[in-house]
Design a protein around this ligand. Sequence first.
Ligand SMILES: NC(=O)c1ccc[n+]([C@@H]2O[C@H](COP(=O)([O-])OP(=O)(O)OC[C@H]3O[C@@H](n4cnc5c(N)ncnc54)[C@H](O)[C@@H]3O)[C@@H](O)[C@H]2O)c1
Length: 479
Amino acid sequence: MPMRVTVIGTGYVGVVTGACLAYLGHRVTCVDTDEGKIARLRRGESTIYEPFLPELLVAAAARGGIDFETELGAAAAESEVIFIAVGTPPLATGEANLSFLEAAARSTGAAMDAGRFRVVVNKSTVPVGSGNLVEALVREGIDEVRPAERRRIRFGVASNPEFLREGSAISDSLYPDRIVTGASDRETLVAMQELYRPLVEQSFDPPPGVPRPAGIKRVPMVTTTLTSAEMIKYAANAFLAMKIGFANEIANICEHVGAEAPEVMTGIGLDSRIGAKFLAPGIGWGGSCFGKDVSALLHTAQEYNYDSRLLRASLEVNAAQRLMVIQKLQEKLFILKGRTIGLLGLAFKPDTDDLRDAPSLHIAERLLQMGARLKAYDPVAMSACREQRPDLKIRFCESARDVAAEADALVLVTEWREFRDLDLADLARVMTRPVLVDGRNLFSPAAAAAAGFDYTGIGRPGPRTAGQAAEPSPAGQSS
Ligand SMILES: NC(=O)c1ccc[n+]([C@@H]2O[C@H](COP(=O)([O-])OP(=O)(O)OC[C@H]3O[C@@H](n4cnc5c(N)ncnc54)[C@H](O)[C@@H]3O)[C@@H](O)[C@H]2O)c1
């Protein structure tokens, strides 16, 4: 049965959630306080770079229906399910900033009347205990507007953490490994089961461009308490961040002992207890989630007087890994002051324009502090970089070749697909010094050397003594 749904927040999570639910047949209104975003969405423009999102928005409008509003009131009043998908960025202390969530929960309460039972679903990543906070704030909102009706207005709170990865957000949302829902009452859980029935049963036709992966027949729905659902999200991200950090630690040791890290990762990833994903050595993870979620979990543990050394180490290992690039450049060029360094890629990973906590920005900051000159090319994230970081003196280029021209070194920062097919010999020819630091192990060391590059990757100590040159690792990862 189609349900009436409101989604508060039209960022990466909100707009994808709204579009997918409408595609499944629900009637969706997406609400955002950012008038510019809503105006663009109403014109049919996507506000983020996400493959197949524009097409999905068109299909969603034709199926269940989707519209975009700046005012929450009318949509929330009509809805059976209200998602909160606002940002929870980190504060300087590492805690999650809950001010957007608090405002959204309060205004949800203010929009409610006694007409129907509603479920307020927290999709934002929030610290353990926030489900209770949302409930209290919805009540406060009700008390502000309809104090007399307080006892007759019925609602439940659910925690439904999001596991999508930017760049494959639509596929992750329509064909998830699992759906996690926490709630403290049965009526709320039943409403969530009804909402997600088409997804659980996979009873919909796949949208164009986003085929159903082979073998998916039913999606498991994990139902649990609010607190456990909140903890599942943090634990999942902390584990993934730690797994990448582990691969990087091993890669750094591989460099010392002369082992090929990508091959080591293939060797351990084939162990079904370990799994091949998130084991690619590189310059570390970035993005809006891992850093903030690991910091927030660390902070929560500290509130209970528990010092999580493993989580702390994950953050430290990742911060150090980003600067490995600088060390490698120093080994090749000795002096960085006055040298021209070209960055290939800026986005924190391919297929997104998201620059939140992107390693590229830390590398750029450090290189500029050291007196280097910077050029960069990214297929989609350059305008975001210009807009968000005008302080970074980067010369933005039209192509990878423009970046290479007269550069003293190239650093591959983001493994965009188009970089795989670069004519390396041509790039090496136009550079002042053909130095290539491959921060994602995208290229074959042998091919780079044959093209004339002085190549260095991550965890790849040098010429091989036997067999073929190592090929890029299959141990892909994207957060
Ligand atoms: N981006 C991801 O890959 C991802 C993945 C899983 C979970 N999450 C979590 O989901 C949440 C949202 O993340 P995001 O990346 O979509 O954030 P975002 O910053 O891209 O978008 C948040 C949106 O909420 C809007 N907003 C803020 N306060 C509002 C209010 N009171 N009413 C209406 N709109 C309001 C903002 O204007 C913004 O458009 C975060 O908690 C994040 O940790 C994100």
